[in-house]
Write a protein that binds this ligand. Structure first.
Ligand code: ADP
Ligand code: F6P
Length: 479
């Protein structure tokens, strides 16, 4: 057993909450990392004492553990080759598209897999060194699926949880992976494996039974060594009160008015906010909107679509292609349909502070969230949390995890352009009573199921003692 550190709670995630961005003059600054994982975990870490192990986004090898606004952060170093093979390669060129319904074609390369194993081992070793005797270690997301098993081998005394922030694929897709058994066994190192939705947990248990050969019963897996692993859904959420408080602040209210003003005070503002990712359905959404303008159902004198696209994974080819495609589409739509001072689409390729995000949510009348597949989608919940006036409309893909909870949104199939057009128009034309009825119900759901409740329920389940199952189970079959 490796020797222990001093943290009673250790978060292990590919990202730290801040990214180290070189400034070109030899210095660097720390900027908030993009994405839902950081949005969700940061408030949990603020409420608990613990260490956060993650990658700060570059290839510097001399970074020491440091404190950032009260959080203890432990940076993990990746070499340039590991960034290419582990992060851009296996994590985002193989697993990401495969786990998102093959929205792009996944690539399978053995050297990418080798890098994934090496980097996962580094995270596991760092976690083993940081955790105190009997500590809780919570491992996050698809980049680190081997860490639970590696960590258990190093530190059998730990309580280990794993949470997958993205969808877990249907069994037929998962089985394409040449390393499917290793990934399942990696996850089985955890005591509790959490997913966004119940269907994902069921897929996982089925695959464990079929591919690894362990005995299972409902959401439990019985391992030959006596351990029981539970797989269950814990739908993630946001700091709803934090967002609402921000939205209510004078500064944000003022900024929202400035945004509306700068857009020429149209009667309706549509808003999309996404990482620039091919799973988010940005292209089809903008096409649907432009067709409504072209047909005369909407008018640029009266409505504008604000699309914020956060730079993401810019070295991965599929993301570069997407960026070019969206640039071209926005240019064409504005060229064809915009007028002087009245663009059809107001497009920003940038990252913003939380205050600006809240101001955008306050300024927007219709929030449009149309991913082809999304684990949860926190943007949809953030919008709802900011609408303390019970007004505003949400158009939401039925393939976002959030659609399971936000049933009162205008739900759409993002592959169906005509269906999306109808939903956009319905949301545009809905009267105040209808908007309020829907928004009130969604706000109740979001405020009752916030990120603190999510973390509490996961950690409570992880801490619940599960004694050795005492069953005689057959040894695992290999496949
Ligand atoms: P994902 O994890 O796939 O990026 P989510 O919708 O779950 O998608 O989470 C995105 C998070 O990133 C949200 O908290 C959102 O506020 C934040 N975000 C998205 N775009 C931006 C942006 N341009 N600037 C700052 N934060 C952003
Ligand atoms: O929620 C999915 C996710 O991949 C997180 O794991 C990650 O923090 C976020 O999106 C942003 O992606 P990346 O870390 O690759 O920039």
């Amino acid at each position: 057993m490796a020797s222990s550190g001093s943290a009673d709670l250790v978060i292990v995630a590919n990202r730290l909450p801040v990214d180290r961005v070189p400034l070109g003059d030899g210095t660097a600054e720390w900027r908030r990392s993009p994405g839902g994982l950081v949005t969700a975990i940061e408030p949990v870490m603020r409420a608990n004492d613990g260490s956060w192990i993650g990658w700060p986004g570059g290839t510097e090898s001399d970074l020491e553990p440091f404190e950032d606004e009260g959080l203890d952060l432990v940076p993990i170093t990746l070499t340039q080759q590991e960034v290419e093979e582990f992060y851009e390669g296996f994590a985002n060129g193989t697993l990401w598209p495969l786990y998102h319904d093959v929205a792009a074609k996944p690539e399978f390369h053995r050297e990418w897999w080798d890098a994934y194993v090496v980097v996962n081992r580094r995270f596991a070793e760092q976690a083993a060194a940081a955790a105190s005797e009997g500590a809780t270690v919570w491992v996050h997301d698809y980049q680190l699926q081997l860490v639970p098993q590696m960590l258990r081998e190093l530190r059998p005394d730990l309580r280990i949880g794993f949470y997958l922030h993205i969808p877990f694929p249907p069994t037929e897709l998962f089985q394409q992976l040449p390393w499917r058994r290793q990934l399942l066994e990696g996850l089985l190192g955890a005591d509790l494996v959490g997913f966004q939705l119940p269907g994902a947990a069921q897929n996982f248990v089925r695959l464990v039974r079929q591919r690894v050969g362990h005995k299972t019963h409902r959401d439990l897996v019985y391992l030959p060594d006596g351990r029981t692993v539970r797989a269950a859904a814990f739908p993630i959420s946001i700091d709803a009160k934090g967002f609402e408080d921000l939205a209510r602040s004078e500064e944000v209210e003022k900024r929202a008015a400035e945004i509306r003003d700068a857009l020429g005070n149209p009667s309706r503002i549509f808003l999309g906010v996404d990482r620039l990712d091919y799973t988010k359905g940005i292209y089809a959404r903008l096409r649907a909107y432009s067709e409504l303008l072209a047909q005369g159902d909407l008018d640029v004198e009266d409505a504008v679509f604000v699309q914020v696209a956060t730079p993401s994974r810019e070295q991965v080819e599929q993301y570069r292609i997407l960026r070019d495609d969206i640039d071209r589409l926005v240019g064409r739509i504005n060229g064809d349909l915009g007028r002087i001072g009245r663009p059809a689409i107001s497009y920003m390729h940038a990252s913003y502070p939380r205050e600006e995000m809240a101001a955008l949510y306050r300024a927007a009348d219709i929030m449009v969230v149309t991913p082809y597949r999304d684990g949860m989608n926190l943007v949809a919940k953030e919008y709802v949390a900011c609408r303390f006036d019970n007004d505003g409309a949400l158009v939401l893909s039925e393939f976002a995890g959030a659609a399971d909870e936000l049933r009162q949104a205008w739900l759409v199939n993002p592959y169906d352009i005509n269906g999306m057009k109808s939903a956009l128009l319905e949301a545009y034309r809905a009267d105040e009573k209808e908007r309020t009825r829907r928004m009130k119900a969604m706000r109740k759901t979001v405020s009752q199921n916030d990120v603190a409740a999510w973390a509490d329920s996961f950690l409570a389940e992880l801490t619940a003692v599960r004694p050795s199952h005492g069953k005689t189970v057959r040894p695992a079959r290999r496949s």
